[in-house]
Design a protein around this ligand. Sequence first.
Ligand SMILES: *Cc1c(COP(=O)(O)O)cnc(C)c1O
Length: 411
Amino acid sequence: MNNYEQYCTKFVQAVGNKEGAISPVITSSAAFGYGDAQTAEGIFDGSVKKPLYSRMGNPTTAKLESIMAEMDGGVGAVATSSGMGATTLATMSLLEAGDEIISIGGLFGGTYALFDETLKRFGIKTSFFDVDELENIKNAITLKTKVVFLESVGNPNMRLPDIKAIAAIANKEGVALIVDNTVTPISISPLALGADIVVYSTTKIISGNASALGGCAVFRAINDGDDKFKSSRYEFMKKPIKGAGKMALIPNAKKRALRDLGMSANANASYQTLLGLETLSLRLPRIVQSVEIIAKELSKQGLNINHPCLESHPHHDRYKNDFSLGCGTLLTIDMGSKESAYSFINKTKIATITANIGDSRTLALHMASTIYSDFDSKTRKFLGITDGLIRISIGLENPQDIIDDFLNAAK
Ligand SMILES: *Cc1c(COP(=O)(O)O)cnc(C)c1O
């Protein structure tokens, strides 16, 4: 049974209730009554498992978190207000001033700015590497390196990492590996490949229809014996995780990030995200198949397409071996110049012009003039942003309709 089939059963069974209201209940309350003083004390010391305050957790959100954790084989998850919230939560819960991040692969613009501008202001240094620079990555890890960060698929450069090899380096050096798996939920399982934390923007393919902004971080269990998080590198974790055992990364994230930075998910967004999850395992394989059909045909017709399903792509073998369930909804078209790219964007009738990805509808955006307009030319080059680059996120439409429309738009 492939991954997608397995999740078809899991998701619908987990989202719906067997008794009472079948659709998940939205608990739209910011605060919760404790009843008496002893219960209040128990809720605050963690011995009573009841909601404390919605910044720290909400019953609707908890349902989403438990399904996301199971989806990735994690011990627990923390849902957040956005994908950037999840990345901020996961990184800030492990970092302090003077620490270093190793960032690998083509990076989402917001994450790049977080590392290179915002965290830099707080004394955290990030070094950026291409996915194939394994030797340089190994050599760059110092005692101050607390996070290795990786995107499962370079967005928008479409380069594919050898996640297992990178995880082996991080594990050997005793550094946390965080994988942004936004583009490849259920088709790639980063924790099984050796990562410690997986982050998602659930805004994208997981909710799948632009109905809710959201994010989620999924955490692995701490091992009983030796574990890198028990080493002196993560000394600061001793206090927040005291007594938390294998769950330790969750209170660490909640106390060191969620409680103080407040990127908490809201119940209505969690509900919308749960509805999206129900059909994720049907939508994603359909789109992955369409992406291949469209990339191959448009390439055959002479368009400059970047997608690893094409034999000309440097990571074509990795795509076939390690990404056998596809690499998500994206492909890019390089139209050669800004003028030609604008002409395509203004002529396409099917694509919706927006910065989002992973929608039911096909989406398109010219990269250099939008998300990457703030970046200097050296950074754009590193991230693979050329003047004519259009990022496409394929939707649920008939693939031939998309091909016809795109060929017309490219004329
Ligand atoms: C969109 C996106 C994010 C940020 O998510 P938001 O929900 O917009 O905050 C992070 N990583 C990747 C790969 C994304 O596509």
